[in-house]
Design a protein around this ligand. Structure first.
Ligand SMILES: Cc1cc2nc3c(=O)[nH]c(=O)nc-3n(C[C@H](O)[C@H](O)[C@H](O)COP(=O)(O)OP(=O)(O)OC[C@H]3O[C@@H](n4cnc5c(N)ncnc54)[C@H](O)[C@@H]3O)c2cc1C
Length: 456
């Protein structure tokens, strides 16, 4: 008889686990509390006040996202990305200068060495120090001096200069870890830098979704599971959970009860700690201490085109990156929707990671700040009018990864042998990213296979 697995939570972690198990012949029922899949990655439709689709925040993918690309290959997602390969980064510097780092079409790490040598983003002595610091992560496994814990300590120890900090380390650390260098573990950032720069050249390429994110992969999941005997149930939030040594029972919002041979929880830690049976597992009771780190995004439609690149860094700004939706998505304005604007309108999305300080500002203050930071760095934007603006706030975008919370990240196993965990917050060795989520989902699926292999 086919084994039945329940997966709770339809973000990247749950979807990776569910589709991997369905592919292997298990019957998978995926329960999701919302009306759509994607979890912390979603898009909203155009509205009267903002006549374009909006992602809850711009997301970048990378060539080293092997587990994520495995998921897309399984779902047969048709070419959803613009690949920036070899890697190219652009910065709009205060005062209006445009800087770049363009890697060469050479094997890794020569591609990066060429990029560092020729970039105008760092003075020569800083290039040498930056190359040396990155070189630490070329070793497998890489070694850090004993007692070194945070990114800030690593930057001091390796003598990083002001330009490489402002243009490279700080924005990369904030974007990847969603925690500032002062607390982010260097081990975690190093793991990402190792995968990014010291695998193949393709691993360091950046991939930008060619359409709003809700359309990338998630629409294929329901059909994928159905054709393999599974189901996806929406608005089916789990509200009660009990388990013994072999069985388990879930009670959902609709009043239904679900059981199966194995269970994967792929929900955020806050949901899991509320639902887990009290007194059964101290690790789950400690999960609220993982904390929450916000990401804020400002989306604007301007009256004119001000940038050509897919995305650019804004050194020293609160909004560290700006994405060009005309180029990313091929978005073009419908003139009747622009309140008098012309056909040259440009849609930009700004993002601020680890944004605790900004979180209390009003929508108007955030839009004004993003615009000011752009205008300081991009002369073409100085006479642009804002035709439409919208702010998205993800107050629990990721957990806060630091020395204390590192110890609180559980692995996939739980005290119940048939119940496993997935989620970007579990102990993957990676930051809370899409790749971490997909890795955790695939790992939990592997654990289910092992368990059912031994127990059926
Ligand atoms: C604004 C923003 C920008 C980001 N940028 C990037 C980026 O550029 N690159 C990158 O790699 N990562 C980025 N991330 C991080 C990335 O989005 C997450 O790491 C990833 O999506 C987490 O996936 P997950 O499956 O672990 O969790 P989630 O996506 O949170 O999925 C959990 C799911 O469980 C469901 N659920 C919760 N409780 C229940 C219940 N009781 N019953 C049933 N279902 C339940 C939820 O509705 C949700 O669908 C960003 C995140 C945000 C918010």
């Amino acid at each position: 008889m086919t084994s039945k697995v329940i997966v709770v939570g339809g973000g990247y972690a749950g979807v990776s686990a569910a589709t991997s198990l369905a592919e292997q012949g298990f019957q998978v029922d995926l329960l999701e509390s919302r009306g759509s899949l994607g979890g912390r990655v979603y898009s909203t439709a155009p509205s009267e006040s903002f006549p374009a689709p909006v992602d809850n925040g711009p997301h970048l993918f990378m060539g080293c996202y092997h587990e994520t690309l495995r998921l897309f290959a399984r779902l047969n997602v048709p070419g959803p990305f613009h690949w920036v390969d070899p890697l190219g980064l652009y910065w709009l510097d205060p005062g209006g200068k445009k800087l770049s780092l363009k890697c060469a079409p050479l094997p890794s790490p020569l591609h990066l060495a060429f990029g560092l040598l020729t970039t105008d983003a760092f003075p020569f002595p800083e290039k040498i120090l930056l190359a040396r610091a990155l070189g630490v992560f070329s070793k497998k496994p890489f070694k850090l001096p004993s007692g070194m814990e945070t990114v800030a300590q690593f930057l001091d120890h390796s003598g990083q200069g002001p330009y490489s900090r402002e243009r490279f380390w700080i924005p990369i650390c904030n974007a990847v870890m969603n925690v500032s260098p002062a607390t982010a573990p260097i081990q975690g950032l190093g793991e990402v830098l190792k995968r990014m720069f010291f695998g193949s050249r393709r691993d360091s390429a950046v991939a930008i979704a060619a359409q709003p994110l809700s359309g990338v992969g998630f629409p294929q999941v329901e059909e994928f599971l159905k054709t393999r005997g599974g189901t996806v149930s929406f608005h089916e939030g789990v509200q009660g959970f009990n388990a013994g040594s072999k069985n388990f029972e879930l009670n959902t919002r609709s009043g239904k009860t679900y059981t199966g041979d194995s269970l994967i929880w792929a929900v955020p830690p806050s949901s899991l700690s509320l639902l887990w049976p009290k007194g059964n597992w101290p690790a789950v009771e400690a999960l609220p201490r993982l904390g929450k780190s916000p990401i804020l995004s400002v989306h604007v439609i301007l009256s004119k085109t001000v940038m050509d690149e897919h995305f650019a860094g804004l050194p020293g700004a609160n909004f560290e990156w700006v994405f060009n939706r005309n180029k990313n998505w091929g978005w073009h304005p419908a003139p009747q929707n622009l309140g008098g604007g012309e056909g040259q309108a440009q849609y930009l999305s700004f993002t601020a990671s680890a944004a605790d300080k900004l979180a209390k500002q009003t929508e108007k203050e955030l839009v004004d700040l993003a615009l000011k930071e752009l205008k300081d760095r991009c002369p073409a934007a100085r006479d642009a009018q804002v035709l439409h603006a919208k702010v998205t706030r993800e107050m629990a975008a990721t957990f806060i990864w630091n020395k204390e919370t590192d110890r609180l990240r559980p692995g996939p196993e739980t005290p119940f042998p048939q119940v496993f965990l997935a989620g970007d917050w579990t102990n993957t060795g990676l930051p809370a990213t899409i790749e971490g989520a997909c890795l955790s989902g695939h790992r939990a699926a592997e654990k289910v296979r092992e368990y059912l292999g031994k127990n059926k």
